[in-house]
Design a protein around this ligand. Sequence first.
Ligand code: PMP
Length: 350
Amino acid sequence: MTRLTRPDLDALPDYVPGRTVAGAVKLASNEVPYGPLPGVVEASAEALRTSHRYPDMGVTALRDRIGAWLGVDAARVVTGCGSVALAEILVKATCLPGDEVIYSWRSFEAYPIIAAGVGATSVRIPNTAAHGHDLTAIAEAITDRTRLIFVCNPNNPTGTYLRKAELDRFLAGVPSDVLVVLDEAYKEFVTDADVPDGVEVYGDRANVVVLRTMSKAWGLAGLRMGYLVAPPEVAAALRKVVTPFSTNLVAQAAALAALDAEDEVRRRCALVVDERDRVTAELRKLDLEVPDSQANFVWLPLGERTSAFAAACEEGGVIVRAFHPEGVRVTIGTPAENDLFLAAAAAFRS
Ligand code: PMP
């Protein structure tokens, strides 16, 4: 048969979404369990009234709002159809075929797919024994073909995090022609004061982009809404390659409504953080290794026991995310959902 698509794509892993199973609790996609924020449904419904028209392609009102909120010029804010789409245009805007993208492994599973999409070469740096980023090895892996480095902080799926002193040191050593993308998808769940806010601390660096999502703490996963803060020239280049109108009408309206509910976001994140700490403590009582997490999930580095643990959870009515043979990532849900998961974990251990 005549081949129409690139043969290298055959070797590429599929992006595996968290599964939904009827009747089971889903703790597999790092969503916050408390429903849409107040005002979001109404604003979305209102936006639908003009859904026969294209949305504002410049995303003006929302970018202005995000810029004012973060204290940066709106020209530096770029929005997209989820932060995953923004990660994609970052690679598209920086890499030619054969250029290198460095990231930790494990980290966010879309990075390899995105890199391969433009024919860039993935350079994966194994995590440390403590399941976190190995910044020394990442720095050593930089070559003259390196164009972009993803640093996910806190890291998905391990929940591990980098402190300001480590990041300062690392960023100081990165050549000025390499773009560092700080992926802060889980930033809102950070409680350790040593973990830097990328926009506040590194926002003015010429080669740093801070990537954020409204899918997690802000509850807009189904509407696909991500944003980033980039140096002005980088933002301008990104706008050239972004898919036109990819921040849709409803997403723009919903994001504005969500930003009005920031107090409620903080309240929900505090609940999640309390539960994260409780779940971590309970799992440790079962003699399971759980690295400290600053995200809305915990990581169990179960190795060969990964699939068996995930199956035991499913038997107990809970869907978790298995990355066999490395470990299981479990999203923090409501207290009742977490209790169900803890019961399944206890049953696995007994
Ligand atoms: N970055 C990280 C680290 C993530 O975990 C995710 C979602 N799993 C994303 C980016 C993408 O999120 P979204 O496309 O929903 O904004």
